[in-house]
Design a protein around this ligand. Structure first.
Ligand code: SF4
Length: 375
């Protein structure tokens, strides 16, 4: 499992597997851990930006499965009419997803999702008392509005995924969360340990033992009743299985997925949506181009020449040669390096310790603790 045996993740692929679109910068909530700048301003994406993106995306979607992820701000804050106008240029082969705080979902939005076969992912951090960081712009708890939105999805029989942010991992939390999401009725669950990113400057340094124990407990909860696809646990089990049968190198993509984020104004930031909207004296606005001036396919073909991207690729090589977890992680996220280390060519971050290294260690800890005595 030596890091240098992993041959994937060299350079940037010219064609992504999905595009993230920001229909508005606005969010109607004001969560304490949110990374988004400009979330109090309603800067809406013009339809011309969606038309320009669709000109590249439609042929990609004809050639193979392709998704557009509408992510804000809060994408539903753009309103149904505007979102419909932004969706219109995309061909029928394109899969659409929305990542939403669920507070605006009602019967009319459910009809909108159903008509267009839009897949919904809701952000909810667990039971009411775990959502204290999630408040409206007036500072009131958002939880009742979140669960009202989820109830509307269930009333309409719409499947949904959930994304939970964990700020303080501690004993018992993983079981509580997993049981909550079983009841909530989601098909897929992603769990993020809070990250220091964007305008969220709170530290994400966590006690190593507590984070590892959190992931180990989550694996145990999931194994008792594996009714939900639990993103992080399934990734790590797949990796552990591949290590055991000697196929781990095949799990990493050969090249990094550029994951372009198209901001409201058409500017394109690759690899990390969290960098959109920020500027830095060394790196400028992180943008690799604007779809109103250059086709998205051309921007991505040249994305590797963006100065910060080149520095990030140096960081990926440093991870490859130094980190025993590279085969699982693939070199981490650009935004975590930038916001934690101030540059892109470093290696370990608190984020990768919390969400990659301790995740894998938690899976192993669970396996060790549950070995039969005869094994
Ligand atoms: S980002 Fe962190 S976990 Fe991932 S390969 Fe680099 S050092 Fe290892």
């Amino acid at each position: 499992m030596a890091a240098r045996t992993h041959t994937g993740m060299r350079g940037i692929a010219a064609v992504p597997s999905y595009v993230v679109m920001q229909p508005t910068t606005l969010c109607n909530l004001d969560c304490a851990y949110c990374y988004l700048p400009m979330r109090a301003a309603d800067r809406r994406m013009p339809v011309a930006v969606a038309e320009a993106v669709a000109a590249s995306v439609n042929p990609w979607a004809t050639a193979g499965r392709f998704s557009v992820v509408w992510h804000g701000g809060e994408p539903l804050a753009a309103g149904r009419d505007h979102l419909a106008a932004l969706l219109a240029p995309f061909g029928p082969e394109v899969e659409h997803h929305v990542q939403t705080n669920a507070t605006l979902i009602d019967d009319a939005w459910c009809a909108f999702f159903a008509e267009r076969d839009i897949r919904v992912s809701v952000s909810v951090d667990g039971p009411r008392e775990r959502n204290g960081e999630r408040v409206t712009r007036g500072g009131r708890p958002a939880y009742d509005r979140i669960v009202a939105g989820v109830a509307a999805l269930r009333r309409h029989g719409l499947p949904f995924s959930a994304l939970a942010v964990v700020s303080r991992p501690g004993p018992g939390l993983a079981t509580e969360l997993y049981d909550y999401f079983l009841d909530l009725g989601c098909d897929v669950l992603g769990v993020n340990i809070e990250e220091t990113e964007g305008v969220n400057t709170r530290t994400n340094a966590r006690d190593a033992g507590a984070v590892t124990a959190f992931w180990a407990e989550l694996v145990g909860a999931w194994r008792r009743e594996p009714r939900i696809h639990l993103r992080e646990v399934e990734w790590s089990l797949r990796y552990a299985g591949a290590v055991l049968d000697g196929t781990a190198d095949g799990l990493l993509p050969r090249r990094l997925d550029p994951i372009p984020t198209v901001a409201h104004d058409g500017s394109v930031v690759v690899l990390s949506p969290e960098l959109a909207g920020f500027t830095d004296p060394r790196y400028g606005d992180f943008s690799s181009g604007n779809v109103l001036a250059t086709p998205l396919a051309e921007i991505l073909a040249e994305a590797g020449r963006t100065p910060w991207v080149d520095e990030f690729l140096t960081g990926v090589e440093a991870c490859r040669s130094s980190c025993p977890y590279f085969g699982f992680c693939g070199g981490g996220h650009a935004a975590n390096r930038y916001f934690e280390l101030g540059r892109f060519d470093g290696t370990e971050t608190e984020h990768c310790r919390n969400s990659k290294i301790r995740l894998l260690e938690g899976v192993l800890e669970h396996a060790r603790d549950n070995q039969s005595p005869a094994a």
